[in-house]
Ligand binder design. Structure first.
Ligand code: GDD
Length: 419
């Protein structure tokens, strides 16, 4: 019996979406798929992937999306080598919805005969308590267990909201993004299922197909073209509305509540907050990834900071807390960085200051320039964002603004979107 537990294989699937999703992430998603945008110096999708490594008997990790394969090829091969677990990118020819995408690749997902399948949204930030969820899921004995968290009553309607049994943790009621208040307990976008999930998705598709056929029969006197027929996407299945809502209260779905941090990463502002949360987590899980400075031989480091090994930081610069510096960045003398993400190939000249901002790839900040914001992660101009290849000339001050790629700023701006 002990052995059979050890033999049970588990796979993980991460839904990464595609270029038509993640539009609120612009201008940072113009050239880089949102799942590869760096948080704490690692691609967004890297954080759930490395959490999967802690799952016992993990056989494979699949990323499912409708981005071009090329976009993920490099990352997928390097992370497979690093984790020593096969990570594969599976491309949908079109969006199938969050459950339809999973179903579309059921044969590949089931090829190792896994007993359980983790399903994760790539745009959530948390500490992914996956082994604990697996344990809880086995105790509950249902088809699926969903990670849930309490949020403020005002924000709850942006998510899937739910009611669960306080004793058994059974999911009793589920409503996706309700118009009126239902509950402050919400769906975190992290699930574990038994392979029965595939039959549940198939049932939804079949039901829909039956309804379409019935409708076509009913309307047979009217001329229905083939194009009308093919326009109805019977293979488009949403996990929330089509599976979680109808199956709640049927002793098939259960909840596992996290008391730890959880965020949904839809906007650049929240990505800066999440970069800080992941840096703080590195302090516990991978302190070797954090920079340490002693102020003499290297720059002064305050709090949690990531510096890519290829970046060059002048010893008189002061950086942190919550700073993440990507590849080939050059940080000049006297530069001060607080709460920011500096992307690849950026040049920061002497005494430039960056606070509560994201500085896009290949941008440059002249001497004594300032790029800053109030740091309200939830408001549109609460952090300053410079798109790719923006030039901020010397002594120019940019406050609470979004600057689209390839702009040259030679005068100061505040509370503006520079198109
Ligand atoms: N591959 C693929 N194909 N991925 C998809 C598709 C698709 O057709 N549609 C959505 N996704 C991915 C997204 O990239 C994201 O990672 C995840 O599936 C869920 O996206 P949405 O369906 O757009 O839902 P949402 O993000 O607005 O809300 C969901 O997540 C919240 C937690 O972050 C819901 O499940 C909410 O209930 C939940 O609170």
């Amino acid at each position: 019996m002990e052995n059979s537990g050890e033999m049970e294989k588990v796979v993980a699937v991460i839904m990464v979406g595609g270029p038509t999703k993640g539009t609120r992430f612009r201008p940072l998603s113009f050239n880089t798929p949102k799942p590869l945008f760096p948080l704490a110096g690692q691609p967004m999708v890297h954080h759930p992937i490395s959490a999967c490594k802690r799952i016992p008997n993990l056989a494979q990790i699949f990323l499912i999306g409708f981005y071009d394969e090329k976009e993920f090829a490099l990352y997928v091969s390097s992370i497979s080598n690093e984790l020593r677990v096969p990570v594969r990118y599976l491309k949908e020819d079109k969006p199938h919805g969050s459950a339809g995408g999973l179903y579309h690749f059921r044969n590949l997902i089931m090829e190792d005969g896994p007993s359980h399948i983790f399903l994760l949204n790539c745009d959530v930030c948390c500490n992914f308590p996956l082994p604990d969820m697996l344990e809880a899921h086995k105790r509950y004995g249902g088809m699926g267990t969903m990670l849930v968290v309490k949020v403020s009553a005002e924000s709850a309607n942006q998510f899937g909201t739910l009611v669960s049994d306080p004793v058994t943790n059974e999911l009793l009621h589920y409503t996706e993004k309700p118009e009126t208040f239902v509950s402050d307990l919400i769906n975190c976008g992290v699930y574990i299922f038994t392979p029965d999930i595939f039959s549940a998705i198939e049932d939804v598709s079949n039901d829909r197909e039956d309804r379409v056929t019935a409708n076509l029969r009913r309307l047979s006197s009217i001329d229905i073209s083939t194009s009308t027929r093919t326009n109805i996407p019977t293979d488009f299945v949403r996990l929330d509305q089509d599976i979680l809502s109808p199956l709640s209260g049927k002793k098939q779905l259960y909840t596992y509540e996290t008391m730890d941090y959880w965020e949904q990463i839809k906007t650049p502002g929240i990505s800066l907050k999440c970069s800080g949360l992941y840096l703080a987590q590195f302090r516990l899980t991978s302190p070797h990834l954090l920079a340490s400075g002693d102020g003499t031989r290297s720059a002064t480091v305050v709090g949690d900071v990531f510096v890519h090994p290829s970046a060059k930081v002048h010893p008189t610069a002061k950086i942190g807390p919550n700073v993440s510096i990507s590849a080939n960045v050059r940080v000049g003398p006297g530069v001060r960085l607080i709460s920011c993400i500096i992307l690849d190939d950026v040049e920061l000249e002497d005494n430039a200051i960056v606070i509560n901002s994201i500085v896009g790839w290949k941008s440059s900040l002249g001497r004594w320039s300032r790029v800053q914001a109030d740091g309200d992660y939830n408001s549109k101009l609460g952090i300053t964002i410079l798109g790719e290849s923006v030039v901020v000339e010397q002594e120019v001050v940019v406050v609470n603004s979004i600057v689209l790629p390839n702009k040259i700023l030679n005068v100061s701006v505040q509370d503006e979107i520079i198109l």
